[in-house]
Design a protein around this ligand. Structure first.
Ligand code: PMP
Length: 357
């Protein structure tokens, strides 16, 4: 079957062997279950072409493929939900489209068109509609990514790339409040680096320090600035927010922090609710002093996978500080519920955040 949109033509090859009946939707491990189809486009001769939706399957690469050696790859993460009336709702996909191209530019990867991103996403979701779970706290995680394919040993931008969108039904990424350690030796990002991009290599470089923290019983790190390690930036998969007294504070982004779409949504809602929001430099010293004085009344991470993730412990090299857990009237509970209600169509989407397939 061929789908013609206004600007592109997508060839659709539906699977003959759906794996849907093998999935236990009551017990899904995050990132381990893959839906039936994927969207693919190849970049060669200077343009993106061969738009197609195919069964999710193995890829074939030559051992010399640039991605395997030099990590020229960028990705995104967004989610689709089934609304109460059975429609497919995707949360702010145009923000992921824009961020993917921002990341691509930094890695010398050719940009993609909005049509290709949105139409590819739409066709995959239409075919795999039944893979979107509808139990509380579940969704369909969507992974668009681009990677370099030149068979070439040597450092230069590739001339061939692949863009893929596949999806995974998922439950919660974190099942309990988090214990985080402030990292003051290793760095995730530096001024002038790739921290603001969703570049594959950023995640590879963070594995070792995160492993050391996990060995000490922490779930994740709080990254600090690479130059002085005295300002808080973000965590491995989420931006960080603190309710200090009645103000919401979060690190400004610049070029070392990923500009989270959940972060932006939370800030928008907080401002609408009349809460003062400060996006600024936050020193480690300020957080530790405030924790000691009990001024931090809530701390949480924000991310597509993480959603609104409660933090129960923040540790520096000497001490562990316990943070009160949110009650029903806490800001983080309220903002989690509001976002969930928007995504599942329980309340009106006044911000135009939902793209319906
Ligand atoms: N920071 C990092 C390093 C991340 O990987 C993510 C997840 N994309 C986030 C923050 C949160 O971004 P978003 O809210 O757009 O998912």
């Amino acid at each position: 079957m061929t789908i013609m949109t206004d600007t592109i033509q997508i060839n659709i090859k539906p699977t003959l062997n759906s794996r849907l009946s093998q999935v236990d939707f009551d017990d899904i491990d995050f990132g381990k279950v893959y839906s039936d189809h994927m969207f693919i486009s190849d970049f060669y001769n200077g343009q993106w072409q061969d738009f197609r939706v195919e069964p999710y399957d193995m890829l074939s690469l030559t051992p010399g493929s640039a991605i395997l050696h030099y990590g020229q790859s960028v990705f995104e993460g967004l989610k689709a939900y089934k609304t109460e009336s059975g429609e497919i709702a995707v949360f702010r996909p145009e923000m992921n489209f824009r961020r993917l191209n921002l990341s691509a530019e930094r890695l010398c990867i050719p940009s993609i068109s909005e049509e290709m991103f949105m139409e590819g996403l739409t066709e995959v979701l239409k075919l795999d509609k039944s893979w979107i779970p509808d139990l509380p706290n579940t969704s369909l995680y969507i992974r668009p990514y681009i990677f370099a394919l030149d068979e070439y040993i040597g450092i230069r931008p590739s001339t061939n790339y692949k863009f893929i969108i596949f999806t995974c039904p998922v439950g919660a990424y974190y099942s309990k409040p988090l214990k985080l350690k402030i990292e003051t030796e290793y760095s995730r990002a530096v001024q002038g680096g790739t921290g603001y991009a969703k570049a594959a290599g950023n995640y590879a470089g963070s594995l070792y320090p995160a492993k050391l923290a996990q060995e000490k019983g922490y779930d994740q790190l709080i990254w600090t600035d690479g130059a002085t390690h005295s300002y808080i930036e973000e965590a491995g998969t989420m931006n960080l927010m603190f309710m200090k007294g009645d103000k919401l504070i979060t690190a400004d982004t610049g070029d070392t922090v990923l500009r989270g779409i959940t972060r932006d949504s939370v800030i928008t809602l907080a401002q609408e609710w009349g809460i003062e929001v400060e996006e600024r430099k936050i020193s480690v010293e300020e957080i530790i002093t405030s924790l000691k004085k009990g001024e931090i009344v809530e701390a949480f991470g924000t991310g597509t996978a993480a959603t609104i993730a409660s933090i129960e412990v923040i540790a520096d090299d000497e001490n562990e500080y316990i943070i009160p857990q949110p009650g029903p009237d806490s800001f983080s509970t309220r903002v989690f519920t509001e976002l969930d209600n928007i995504k599942t169509g329980k309340i009106q989407d006044t911000h135009n955040w939902i793209y319906k397939v």
